[in-house]
Design a protein around this ligand. Structure first.
Ligand code: ADP
Ligand code: MG
Length: 262
């Protein structure tokens, strides 16, 4: 079971979009997938069509009430895509965790219950380097996926992120590494997008996925239909890109056979 956190403390860079769509392509290629929504805004939960106000037990209960994952696990469809949903309670978790024992390890411990039941766990992080994100980084034994938006000042914030990763690696999770950076919302009409990709590649050699995610309106529409892109608009450029990116991830994970089957 691989566990990846999708992290970047900047908001709006494509974390949730990447979690939902990579998760969906992993599932459609025969993998059992668990998406963990660790953002109080609950966008992964609502983007998969669940009404967060109707979610009674959420990742909050996992972190603070020692809930069993089966009490909150929801199945998206028959493809093998599953979700541990968030709800607004999670906003309080940050403060409540501060005085708890083993506060950084709560998610890691909870996910031990998922061992052997899933092939991939993808954790969607909030746009901060808060205790919720630290829990995700501590649990992410196979590393992090970092979406980077192709825009001005894309590199800003990445040094703070790498410092945080370094601290977590030192004290909480010695296996933590950058599994890959994903360039998102690429606009082929602008020089800026191209320059940003080059700049990030030169700062993080060998760390950036070859596949680039274009800016594509279908990707932004899909969440309002509660569908991943492989269901909402499977032949759109955004869908193609996430499909190829997922194959690239699988290939790097040594799963080239299943990657070919997609
Ligand atoms: P984050 O989780 O990092 O805050 P999101 O994945 O929610 O970012 O993306 C921010 C917004 O941009 C959302 O409205 C989303 O639908 C949209 N979006 C994300 N990726 C793309 C893309 N490649 N093309 C167009 N819109 C996108
Ligand atoms: Mg998000």
């Amino acid at each position: 079971m691989k566990i990846y956190a999708v992290v970047n403390q900047k908001g709006g860079v494509g974390k949730t979009t990447s979690v939902i769509n990579i998760g969906a392509y992993l599932a459609s290629s025969g993998h059992r997938v668990l998406i963990v929504d660790m953002d109080p805004q609950s966008n992964a939960t609502s983007g998969l069509g669940f009404d967060k106000s109707e979610i009674s037990r959420s990742t909050y209960d996992l972190l603070l009430q020692a809930a069993d994952i089966d009490e909150l696990l929801v199945k998206y469809d028959e493809s093998g895509l599953n979700l541990l949903p968030a709800n607004p309670d999670l906003a309080g978790a940050e403060v409540e965790l501060v005085n708890e024992m083993a506060r950084e390890y709560r998610l890691k411990r909870a996910l031990e219950q998922a061992e052997g039941r899933f092939d991939y766990v993808l954790i969607d992080c909030p746009p901060s380097l808060s205790l919720l994100t630290i829990n995700a980084l501590t649990a992410a034994r196979d590393g992090v996926l970092v979406p980077v938006q192709c825009e001005y000042l894309a590199l800003e914030g990445l040094s703070q992120l790498t410092q945080t990763l370094e601290m977590v690696r030192r004290y909480l999770n010695d296996r933590l590494e950058i599994r890959g950076m994903m360039m998102t919302m690429y606009d082929s009409r602008t020089n800026l997008s191209r320059q940003v990709v080059e700049e990030v590649r030169s700062h993080f050699p060998g760390k950036v996925f070859r596949t680039i995610i274009p800016r594509n309106v279908r990707l932004s529409e899909a969440p309002s239909y509660g569908q991943p892109i492989n269901l909402y608009a499977p032949s759109s450029p955004g869908a193609m890109a996430y499909k190829v990116l997922t194959a690239e991830l699988l290939k790097g994970d040594g799963d080239s056979v299943k990657a070919k089957e997609q």
